[in-house]
Ligand binder design. Structure first.
Ligand code: URP
Ligand code: ZN
Ligand code: ZN
Ligand code: ZN
Length: 497
């Protein structure tokens, strides 16, 4: 056979196991797995010697905000599809699912999706799909979900229990969950009690406690645990609608999730590097610098970090995503983090747009942490996201004849570098990283997307272009046979309550 690319002498890690074998690639697919070294002489256009380094499926990051119009605070997020996805492949991420945001004033989801397609098309270094971010669950919007699923492969939505511009009331959440259940749409929920955090914010404001660090006081863990409990309750009421709690930071919330899982409910959870590597002290940096780590929920304490790692190990968390949603620190038009201006020289945490960068650092931070087994690393950063969002087995695996040749080759132990993360080495268009100065023990040496080397750290860096990434039409969520379980339960009927 004439292959397009062969990877020899690698130690391949999937969600299932770790083993040494060679990989052959043809027509954008993995086509053959063969004993280690056996393909060293194969006929192939190109061969890469992994030199004993780990080889993993490309990263799949399904919580990505890119180029969203301003919905909270001033300023727009600081990356375009072009720069955000360039950053993705340089960090080993080959597929993203980003948000098509629907604002409250927009009754249609289809229009929101069309606008997002326009921003992404021809501007993406990695493959991409979309979730609908439902800001207005109008009759029209909910009636469009079937079309979105069938025609566009949009099999998931996100809803909010906080942010004035997006927060849904409980009755609206129930309407969304019921429709999502009927249409086999998977629902992601941002669980924080928006009303209470507004109340706490007013208290802090009235005491003139406005520095970035007070962001943590305005949304203490109990707000997340309460909303998580409420979200699970609402999902249970609507006949066990499958949900995913996004960006979980609080051990109490994680415990409630685990309890629901133990009871056999289809409740899934996501966490993010910021809850494993940052603490609330990072928002207490000199001057206004703490604003660089303001996200929601906020980074917690060291004990919470440990509990979240435990939740990754014990399976409470299904996926680990970046939730990248950065805003520049020095914004030429709107002042520091779009807050400090001539007219308003005091930076107030309540005006800091929430969200931090992290699409490029996600995999290296977790891979080299030593805190979870490498099989678990692949499971939560690639395989499970692919399954949960209907991308599997095309993405998230190395199945011959089936999986796209989306692959990361890591440095072997013999070349292991101590890399100090600096913003300068990153490929986004954001002017900072919250991980500045942090050391990681490895980094993707090569990123391969559909058989093409798109990132070669030692020879050219990003070596593809922004037209190579393709829109991926997703199928239905396949994790744990979610919909079979739902179907068995029958329709929601208020008389059965
Ligand atoms: O602070 C965060 N997480 N910003 C991004 C928007 C969201 O809630 O996911
Ligand atoms: Zn601006
Ligand atoms: Zn969120
Ligand atoms: Zn988010």
């Amino acid at each position: 056979d004439n292959f397009d690319l062969v990877i020899t002498n690698g130690v391949c890690v999937t969600a299932g196991d770790i083993a040494s074998y060679d990989i052959a690639i043809k027509n954008e697919k993995v086509v053959l797995l063969a004993p280690s070294g056996s393909l060293a002489q194969a006929k192939t256009a190109r061969i890469i010697d992994a030199e004993g380094g780990y080889v993993t499926p490309g990263g799949v990051d399904c919580h990505v905000h890119l180029q969203e119009p301003a919905m909270f605070g001033k300023g727009t997020s600081s990356d375009t599809y072009e720069t955000g996805t360039r950053s993705a492949i340089a960090g080993g991420c080959t597929t993203i699912v980003s948000f098509a945001p629907q604002s409250r004033s927009e009754p249609s989801l289809l229009r929101s999706l069309a606008d997002t397609h326009t921003r992404a098309k021809g501007n993406s270094y990695c493959d991409y799909g979309f979730h609908l971010l439902v800001g207005n669950p109008s009759k029209q919007a909910l009636s469009e979900l079937d079309t979105l699923r069938d025609a566009e492969g949009v099999s998931s939505i996100k809803i909010y229990m906080t942010y004035d511009a997006l927060q849904l009331r409980d009755n609206q959440i129930l309407s969304v969950l019921l429709k999502a259940r009927e249409s086999h749409i998977f629902t992601m929920i941002h669980a924080e009690n928006g009303d209470v955090l507004n109340w706490l914010t007013e208290q802090l404001e009235s005491m003139d406690l406005v520095a970035p660090k007070y962001h943590a006081n305005s949304r203490p863990p109990v707000l997340e645990a309460e909303a998580t409990n409420r979200a699970i309750g609402l999902a249970t009421l609507v006949a066990n609608t499958p949900i995913l709690l996004v960006h979980v930071s609080d051990p109490g919330a994680a415990l409630r999730i685990r309890q629901a899982q133990t009871m056999g409910q289809p409740v899934f959870a996501e966490t993010c590097p910021q809850y494993l590597f940052l603490t609330r002290e990072d928002m207490d940096a000199p001057g206004f610098e703490g604003a660089k780590c303001v996200c929601s929920p906020p980074p917690r304490d060291k004990a919470s970090q440990d509990a979240i790692w435990t939740g990754l190990r014990n399976g409470t968390f299904t996926i680990l995503s970046s939730d990248r949603c950065p805003f520049n620190y020095d914004d030429a038009n709107h002042g520091k983090k779009t807050c400090i201006t001539a007219e308003d020289p005091i930076g107030r945490f309540k005006f800091i747009p929430n969200g931090i960068p992290g699409i490029e650092t996600r995999l290296a931070l977790v891979f080299s942490s030593g805190k979870i087994p490498l099989t678990k690393f692949v499971e939560v950063t690639s395989t499970n996201p692919a399954k949960l969002y209907g991308l599997y087995p095309r993405k998230g695996s190395l199945i011959p004849g089936v999986s796209d040749a989306d692959i990361i080759i890591w440095y072997p132990a013999s070349k292991r570098l101590d890399i100090t993360i600096t913003n300068e080495m990153l490929h986004h268009a954001t002017d900072y990283t919250p991980y500045e100065g942090r050391k990681v023990g490895n980094w993707p040496r090569y990123t391969i997307l559909r058989g093409r080397v798109v990132w070669d750290r030692d020879n050219g860096g990003v070596i593809s272009d922004k037209t190579f990434g393709q829109f991926v039409k997703r199928g239905s969520s396949s994790l744990n046979q979610i919909w079979e379980t739902v179907n068995k339960q029958g329709k929601f009927d208020v008389r059965n309550l």
